[in-house]
Design a protein. Structure first.
Ligand SMILES: Nc1ncnc2c1ncn2[C@@H]1O[C@H](COP(=O)(O)OP(=O)(O)OP(=O)(O)O)[C@@H](O)[C@H]1O
Ligand SMILES: CC(C)(CO)[C@@H](O)C(=O)[O-]
Length: 290
């Protein structure tokens, strides 16, 4: 095939308990979040234009990458191509801001794996490709739980950390409308490189709380409590969450970004100029051939 395109939903983590591991396929997080209809589309094109099998010249992973038309670097994407042993040009386009808590790096890695498998006829299974993307993301330090959530879709719950074969998933059976406003980036690598004990403790408490009553309101409430307990809440987000609550709505902070998300019309009701989307029901997918 000349090229292939895949889509992965943006993934907002409501709360998480990180479990790093030397083996990046076993590394991961427990937690829960929202897979969004807004997300990331990736087109993969063989770099030599042939698309026939893996790269014999040993240039695998030497990808040129564009993010929304501008040359950019994305370590998880490079790692996926190296692991799959192919040389490709990758074009990423994102509906959501990068570095702001939507798991763009995980979505780009996962879409790249799905599209590269098709473009290069690699004959890998979906679980195998999810594992490659998850391990690339964990090894790059840009995320722990986004890829598995993005593959599942819906309101994914990570009961056990890690790639397929190690992790265990569940979900919250709801499909709310979601609004979001982003005030900017927060470095995932810096938070994951810091003291994880308070984050893990708060994340475990939030997961216990959610699984007692797994609905959308509890997901937001558990996320809100987590942001405070884990010491991750930032002032602009706290202000917006309070403004939504003052209007009777539910909002919380997107991990890990300076981003607030709300259910229904919570942010517009509070006077914010918010983007709106729905829940992506089925998760990441190869775009059908035209
Ligand atoms: N313009 C850009 N702004 C921010 N990051 C960029 C940009 N271009 C490329 N990147 C790369 O994108 C990745 C962003 O990862 P990061 O984990 O910070 O955010 P994210 O994946 O969008 O979501 P989350 O905040 O949920 O983890 C990094 O690998 C970074 O090097
Ligand atoms: C670490 C994280 C919050 C970064 O977006 C996410 O990958 C997660 O939930 O593990």
């Amino acid at each position: 095939m000349d090229e292939a395109t895949a889509f992965a939903p943006g993934h907002v983590t409501a709360f998480f308990a990180p479990y790093p591991d030397r083996d990046p396929a076993r590394a991961g997080s427990r937690g829960a979040g929202l897979a969004l209809s807004d997300g990331v589309e990736v087109t993969v094109r063989p770099a030599d234009g042939t698309g026939e099998g893996s790269d014999p010249a040993g240039d695998a992973g030497l990808a040129s990458l564009e993010l929304d038309g501008v040359p950019a670097q994305m370590e998880p994407v490079e790692r996926v191509l190296a692991e799959l042993n192919v040389a490709a040009e990758v074009a990423v386009s994102s509906d959501v801001p990068v570095g702001a808590g939507f798991g763009v790096s995980g979505a780009a890695a996962l879409s790249t794996a799905l599209a590269a498998n098709a473009a290069f006829d690699l004959d890998r299974s979906e679980n195998d490709l999810v594992r490659v993307a998850h391990a690339a993301e964990a090894a790059a330090g840009t995320g722990l739980g986004d890829v598995v959530g993005q593959f599942r879709g819906g309101l994914p719950v990570r009961l056990e950390p890690g790639a397929p074969g190690y992790g265990r998933m569940d979900g919250v059976p709801a499909r709310p409308r979601v609004e979001y406003v982003s005030f900017g980036e927060l470095s995932t690598e810096r938070v994951l490189g810091g003291d994880l004990d308070p984050v893990r403790e708060a994340g475990e408490a939030a997961l216990t709380r959610l699984m007692r009553a797994p609905d959308e309101a509890e997901l937001l409430a558990a996320g809100r409590e987590f942001a405070v307990e884990a010491g991750l809440q930032v002032p602009e987000v706290a202000e917006a969450v309070e403004a939504v609550e003052a209007e009777g709505g539910l909002a919380s902070m997107a991990m890990l970004g300076r981003t607030v998300y709300a259910l229904g019309t919570g942010l517009t009701d509070a006077g914010y100029d918010a983007a709106a989307c729905s829940i992506h029901p089925t998760g990441a997918t190869l775009r059908p051939e035209e």
